[in-house]
Design a protein around this ligand. Structure first.
Ligand code: GDP
Length: 444
């Protein structure tokens, strides 16, 4: 999971201040020293860190008092907001040309994931925006690239425009756009050539393609795993080509997060998408606010709900959302949710979005695999109706009975009960934090 170290350290630091009824200037200073170290260790650009710390300090000390939050929570709110703004603030969407087709040029170094991302993006545009893209194979130097795009196109049942590897990319781009107009495609996605390093020949060629294709969007694909290198690559590409957006790939890996947190601040180019795995549907629009919440352990309920909405029936998803928001959440809901979660995708990905589930103490030993989930399910199913509604009933003898009934141990039962409580607590905190002023807290 990306950001693991950073998330852990930030959350540790923030936990110390969270419950405080009074926050002194010294408290903020102490906290910010730790936040600074955490960011530097996560490979965030040092200039970016410096500015971030200064901004948070100023806002945390100068802010108005809000009734609905404790002073500690307010500081966390500021960190959350600044982290969001560091990554670009508002979500930045892919361009739409006033007159079709919208031309998107994909650029990046070899191995960053450019070809894969081109196909993922086509899939995204069709699935989420009802578009009809034409894929263009203009990477004529990497021998496998054209074949790779054609294979992906076949898998998606989408046309791929190619003229082999003997025609110049500029000519390919020109003919592809003409073809797209003829066949009424509304997007043209051009997979250009990458190199191992940035060099003049590459840039000159990309400039040539740009001149002829007049792209509405130039998306730079960078590998998040390469940290500050990714940021340097972005800077160079941007200087030469005026990139309009960045796609960060491999955010599913254990990147420390430096690239995600620095790229926008250093290059002033927004991150538009994040690659979350090798599969064709593992590309997500990048939401700075959600990413910040995820890093701070406040969960990413919105992404979770969107996933739920596209994978389970809407009625249930709405119910789930309401319950999560109002904390009217029992073990029965939990069970139902487990079933739905199974349909949604890789469990650790899903659980990572749930507030508290990812990082709260005692949860790290929760191995998220199906076997564990089956165990959890068995425990919940061994509870009585009453117990499911009100876990506080659960005394030692009940716990023993449940462990026996589910073929687990008392420790397993205890752990689950603790996790459930922690999860509810985190949900509550999160609701308090994201709702701003005066919103009624649910019972919980
Ligand atoms: P290109 O040279 O830039 O066109 O790179 P490719 O598209 O061939 O991708 C290089 C490798 O990175 C391939 O093995 C991809 O499957 C992998 N890859 C691309 N995007 C992601 C991602 O978001 N997550 C993971 N884990 N792997 C990715």
């Amino acid at each position: 999971m990306a950001f693991e170290g950073l998330a852990e350290r930030l959350q540790e630091t923030l936990t110390k201040i969270r419950g405080k009824g009074k926050v002194s200037e010294q408290d903020v200073k102490d906290m910010m020293r730790e936040v600074r170290l955490a960011l530097l260790e996560a490979d965030v650009n040092f200039k970016v860190v410096k500015k971030f710390i200064a901004d948070v300090k100023e806002k945390a000390l100068g802010q108005e008092v809000m009734k609905s939050l404790t002073p500690g929570q307010q500081v966390i709110k500021v960190v959350n907001e600044e982290l969001t703004s560091l990554m670009g603030g508002e979500q930045s969407k892919i361009a739409v040309a006033p007159k079709a087709p919208t031309v998107v040029m994909m650029v990046g170094l070899q191995g960053a994931g450019k070809t894969t991302t081109t196909a993922k993006l086509a899939n995204h545009l069709r699935k989420k925006h009802n578009r009809n893209p034409l894929l263009v194979a203009a990477d004529i130097y990497r021998p496998a690239a054209i074949k790779q795009l054609e294979t992906l196109g076949k898998q998606l049942n989408m046309p791929v425009f190619s003229l082999g590897d003997q025609v110049s990319p500029i000519e390919i781009a020109k003919q592809a756009i003409a073809k797209a107009k003829e066949d009424h495609h509304d997007y043209v996605l051009i997979d250009t050539a990458g190199r191992l390093h940035i060099d003049e020949t590459l840039m000159a060629e990309l400039q040539g393609v740009k001149d002829i294709a007049k792209p509405d969007e130039i998306l730079l694909v960078v590998d998040a795993m390469t940290g500050q290198d990714a940021v340097n690559v972005a800077e160079s590409f941007n200087e030469q080509l005026d990139v309009t957006g960045v796609v960060l790939t491999k955010l599913d890996g254990d990147t420390r997060g430096g690239a995600a947190l620095s790229v926008k601040a250093v290059t002033n180019t927004p991150i538009k998408f994040a690659g979350m795995g090798e599969k064709i549907d593992q590309l997500e629009p990048f939401h700075p606010d959600r990413m910040a919440s995820r890093i701070l352990g406040m969960g990413d309920v919105l992404s979770l709900i969107e996933k739920a909405q596209s994978n389970v029936d809407e009625e249930k998803a709405r119910e789930l959302e309401k319950k999560m928001r109002t904390m009217d959440f029992t073990f029965d809901d939990f069970l139902e949710q487990l079933d739905q979660v199974r349909n949604m995708g890789p469990l650790d990905e899903i659980l990572g979005m749930m507030p508290g589930f990812n990082k709260a103490k005692g949860m790290k030993d929760l191995q998220v695999d199906d076997k564990q989930i089956n165990k959890v399910e068995a425990i919940v199913r061994s509870m009585t109706k009453q117990e499911k509604k009100d876990p506080s009933l659960m005394n030692a003898s009940r716990r023993r009975r449940i462990a026996k009934g589910s073929g687990t141990t008392i420790q397993d039962v205890n752990r689950l009960l603790k996790q459930f409580e922690d999860m509810k607590k985190m949900m509550k905190q999160m609701t308090g934090m994201t709702s701003g002023k005066g919103k009624k807290r649910g019972k919980g």
